[in-house]
Write a protein that binds this ligand. Structure first.
Ligand code: ACM
Ligand code: ZN
Length: 759
């Protein structure tokens, strides 16, 4: 075929010419997660119609992914040659690769197809983002010459998705898997069953499909809201076994293992609604319509329960080839087990000490069954209580204590503490954020996570298999919102799991995220963009208060207004702290030369007599809910109506709180106002009363039952006779113990207070 040869030769000559003219824009490498070693070298490789991909069967998945990515992403049609070649290198570790980009060829070396797949993902990020949606229209693209030697820090790099509370389509599950693969994650933890819905078809138990898969209605708003309201709409569905097989096969093509989670013995209300005989009482119950932890759990006394679960798991293992099956194990209140004769009989017969040992017995029986099928169990860290099943892997979520305990017992662990891995938490303090479960987990905190707990020595640390981000979907009703919650935090998590700590740098990461967002735009991913968000802080200097504004990314301008108008390109540029000496509203946003980039930040200031004065509080607030410290109670800014975890609210757990404000001199006082958070579903209660002492009089404020129904209890205490006082002393008793029948009953209630307004 001499004609073909000549054609190639001509193209080659053109390449050399264009190289020497240096006329191509090459993309600066900004790979996420950052590789172990990368060094940029001279020149660039031109990808065009003269390029070919050569591979043998060992690299089928990764090479075909690359071919499809190039041909679907652009007009380029690959030929049959070896300009890009896949080479087997058995000296590398399982997931490692070497990617060498030279002016005339690209080589990908790996021991496994999986390693090569990660080389392809790196190469992908060296191509323009237009390749992601097929909109690259040029004839060729220049790729920066470089060498990357890369391998992961951890062998387990996962993302979880709860489809029980809210379900997403199979297509979206695939898109979710695509995202994991792009970020070199290798595990999708699919949370398939919970109190609010059973989402996996089990042919042996049809009522799981007929009854457990649907709830009559769903709670509206946050579950700590009072009073509770429901939407009145039936909700549900399930994934058929055919759909599940399709997802598992799809994931396999991107080297992702799908681990199913079947919750037991707790979070089983949906299953018990379908088969009431699986509960202790046998009473008929409904699939849960609200969120939280429920007392109806599988009975551990009845053989029936184990028959059922084995029947379920036998179908599950047929669908999922994963080494691990997640069996839940978290949040199983023992209320019913304590009063159930069959459970108590089991405790006696098996010589168990208590209900915790009964849970351990339960999990061990399930473990034995799954081990007999060649599978291993993973459970949430509660499976430590009452004794760990012999071969179990622990997923540590309530902090890292569970991981430490398990690793010291020589059990494998996966790190997923709420503090760094719960993507259902708020990611910004912006009051416009969509409703979330609570908490606060910004991007930087995810990025800062070190998965090896400091309590573990070198040998014990080997039991840490890796990390996982979790997404619980109580407050996440659809796919767009799922994307909003996981992006960009998943980018940070990918780097936590893959990259070496010494290669991590937050500022550098942020600049890579800014670039990566263009790729997400092309992929039509609804990521949250807080890179261009404004953050404010009140500072006090020599008795004067100022408000400062900042944003995360460099080379951007903050513009603001103080007259409640929306900031625009003509608004004042923020250059120095803004004096706060009167009521005002600051609205600010980040701009480049042409556009507003982020959302508008708003802060409302209420200038009152106590602003910037001296305040003491005993005891100190909880470390976790310390807002902006004591001074935050008299900074002129009120805490948000929905977010007790913000920078304003102060939380105290069970203590009487005493607050003293020193106004510096006697002043006329007409009223004192304050606010208590009253999110009872989250163990937060306004106090029944409070006592306000002025220099000459005492006011007692009683909070009546009607007020106790509100999420925010507003206190307004007029001072009856105009009087002067220098000191204001407020005593706030705790609400006390949470009453029976409420979330957290029997525990001490929290007290949350913000802004004491003195007029
Ligand atoms: C969990 O968040 N209940 C594991
Ligand atoms: Zn029972």
């Amino acid at each position: 075929m001499p004609i073909k040869k000549i054609t190639v030769f001509i193209v080659f000559v053109i390449l050399v010419c264009s190289c020497s003219q240096n006329s191509h824009n090459v993309i600066e490498p900004q790979i996420i997660p950052t590789p172990k070693n990368q060094s940029v070298t001279q020149g660039y490789f031109l990808l065009n119609n003269a390029t070919g991909v050569q591979f043998d069967d060992a690299f089928k998945v990764s090479a075909n992914f690359l071919k499809a990515y190039i041909e679907n992403g652009s007009q380029i049609k690959l030929t049959e040659n070896n300009t890009i070649s896949f080479i087997k290198d058995d000296t590398l570790t399982e997931e490692a690769y070497v990617l060498e980009i030279l002016p005339k060829n690209i080589t990908i070396k790996a021991k496994t197809d999986q390693g090569a797949f990660y080389a392809v993902q790196s190469l992908r990020q060296l191509l323009p983002s237009a390749f992601e949606n097929g909109s690259f229209k040029e004839e060729e693209v220049a790729i920066q010459c470089m060498t990357i030697e890369d391998e992961p820090r951890f062998q387990y790099r996962g993302m979880h998705l709860d489809v029980a509370r809210h379900m997403v389509s199979v297509d979206f599950i695939k898109k979710y898997i695509d995202a994991l693969a792009m970020l070199k994650m290798n595990t999708f933890h699919w949370h398939l069953t919970d109190d609010q819905g059973w989402r996996i078809e089990i042919k042996k138990y049809p009522k799981l499909q007929e009854i457990a898969a649907f709830r009559e209605q769903t709670l509206i708003g946050h579950f700590s809201n009072q009073p509770t309201t429901y939407d009145g709409k039936r909700y549900g569905g399930y994934y058929t076994q055919e759909e599940i097989k399709e997802v598992v096969a799809y994931a396999l093509k991107q080297h992702i293992t799908v681990i199913p989670e079947i919750e037991m013995p707790g979070h089983a209300q949906a299953a018990i609604a379908a088969y009431p005989e699986l509960g202790c009482s046998g009473d008929s119950i409904k699939v849960a319509q609200t969120w939280g932890v429920f007392d109806d759990i599988f009975c551990a006394g009845k053989e029936n329960t184990f028959t059922f679960l084995k029947g379920v798991l036998d179908e599950v293992v047929e669908l999922f080839p994963s080494k691990f099956i997640h069996i839940g194990g978290d949040e199983a209140p023992k209320t019913h087990w304590k009063n159930c004769q069959v459970c108590q009989k089991r405790i006696k017969e098996e010589g168990l000490k208590d209900e915790h040992e009964l849970q351990s017995y339960f999990i061990q029986r399930i473990e034995k069954h799954l081990n007999s099928k060649g599978r291993q169990i993973i459970g949430w860290d509660e499976i430590l209580e009452g004794g760990l099943a012999p071969n179990a892997t622990v997923m540590s979520w309530r902090g890292t204590k569970g991981a430490v305990e398990a690793a010291k017992q020589h059990h494998n662990v996966i790190m997923t503490p709420t503090s760094h891995c719960y993507f259902d938490y708020y990611q910004s303090t912006n009051p416009n954020e969509p409703l979330a479960i609570g908490g606060y987990l910004p991007l930087e905190k995810v990025y800062s996570f070190n998965p090896i707990p400091k309590e573990l020595n070198h040998d014990e640390a080997q039991y840490v298999l890796g990390v996982q981000g979790n997404l619980w979907t109580e407050y996440i009703p659809n796919a767009e919102h799922v994307e909003y919650m996981i992006f960009p935090r998943i980018l940070a998590m990918s780097e936590v799991g893959w990259s070496l700590p010494e290669n991590k740098n937050y500022d550098n990461f942020v600049s890579r995220v800014e670039t990566f967002n263009k790729r997400l735009d092309a992929l039509d991913v609804n990521y949250a963009n807080h890179l261009y968000e404004v953050e404010g802080e009140l500072i006090t200097e020599n008795g004067l208060s100022f408000y400062t504004l900042k944003t995360l990314t460099k080379d951007k301008t903050i513009r603001y207004t103080t007259d409640e108008s929306q900031p625009n390109l003509q608004s004042q540029v923020y250059e120095k702290p803004i004096p706060f000496n009167k009521d005002m509203v600051i609205k600010a946003a980040v701009f480049n030369e042409e556009n507003q980039l982020g959302s508008i930040f708003t802060e409302t200031f209420n200038y009152h007599k106590a602003v910037g004065k001296t305040i003491t509080i005993t005891p100190e607030s909880s470390k976790v809910y310390s807002g902006s410290g004591a001074q935050g109670l008299i900074n002129g800014i009120s805490g948000s109506d929905s977010r007790y975890g913000d920078k304003e609210w102060l939380g105290f757990w069970g203590d009487e709180v005493e607050i003293t404000i020193d106004l510096g001199e006697e002043m006329e006082i007409n009223s004192i106002e304050t606010r208590f958070y009253n999110g009872q579903g989250q163990w937060i209660y306004a106090p029944g009363e409070l006592e306000i002492n002025l220099d000459k009089s005492v006011l007692i404020v009683i909070v009546n039952e009607e007020n106790m129904k509100d999420l925010i209890v507003n206190i307004n205490a007029p001072v009856p006779t105009q009087e002067t006082s220098r000191y204001i002393h407020i005593k706030i008793p705790s609400y006390g113990i949470i009453p029976e029948g409420n979330q957290g009953s029997g525990n001490k209630a929290w007290t949350f207070i913000d802004e004491i307004i003195v007029n």
